[in-house]
Design a protein. Structure first.
Lengths: 112, 111
């Protein structure tokens, strides 16, 4: 099992560009989430999903869109990149409630 | 806002010593989890403790939870250089695995 796979690992964008961060898990987990991590801070929840077709906003959703068409995939879309979105992005999945989260290795995004 | 708040923020200890980190939170929770992050890597789950549990062990790790004080502690016994990492507590208040993370503790274990 690969676990949670994020691509790309690194990305540089220009202000105003759009892109999609990919996240895939092969553990058949229902719950998936996107977090961002900024220096000196813990992770903050962007969007999450409790199953295919069901998504909801987290703490910092502005500027990001998600969709969940399959159990395996949970892509994060940046609509119009801004320097404030420079961060490390982590995708996570969980089997059910009250279970541990498995994290991907992260995508380091720089917006110039 | 951050739900979990760890204390202290940075800890430097000698190999073989114990390391203790604390975490406080503000609202009722379903569970509290501790994660480790090595520099530049993803987070690795250490322990999950449910709101009706008071103590949990996993190898050299011991976690306690005091729901009346809304606080938790993580103890690493007989630390090793490989324990050097950042440690985060995270709370699940809503029951949908929506985790709220603290800012993390940096632990440096000196060989």
């Amino acid at each position: 099992n690969a676990g949670v796979t994020q691509t790309p690992k690194f990305q540089v964008l220009k202000t105003g560009q759009s892109m999609t961060l990919q996240c895939a898990q092969d553990m058949n987990h229902e719950y998936m989430s996107w977090y961002r991590q900024d220096p000196g801070m813990g992770l903050r929840l962007i969007h999450y999903s409790v199953g295919a077709g069901i998504t909801d906003q987290g703490e910092v959703p502005n500027g990001y869109n998600v969709s969940r068409s399959t159990t395996e995939d949970f892509p994060l879309r940046l609509l119009s990149a801004a320097p404030s979105q420079t961060s490390v992005y982590f995708c996570a999945s969980s089997r059910s409630v009250n279970t541990e989260a498995f994290f991907g290795q992260g995508t380091r995004l720089t917006v110039v | 806002s951050q739900q979990g708040e760890e204390d202290p923020q940075a800890l430097s200890i000698q190999e073989g010593e114990n390391a203790t980190m604390n975490c406080s939170y503000k609202t009722s929770i379903n569970n509290l989890q501790w994660y480790r992050q090595n520099s530049g890597r993803g987070l690795v789950h250490l322990i999950l403790i449910r709101s009706n549990e008071r103590e949990k062990h996993s190898g050299r790790l011991r976690v306690t939870l005091d729901t009346s004080k809304k606080s938790s502690s993580l103890l690493i016994t007989a630390s090793r250089a490989a324990d050097t990492a950042s440690y985060f507590c995270a709370t699940d208040a809503g029951g949908n695995n929506r985790l709220a993370f603290g800012k993390g503790n940096q632990v440096v274990v000196i060989p």
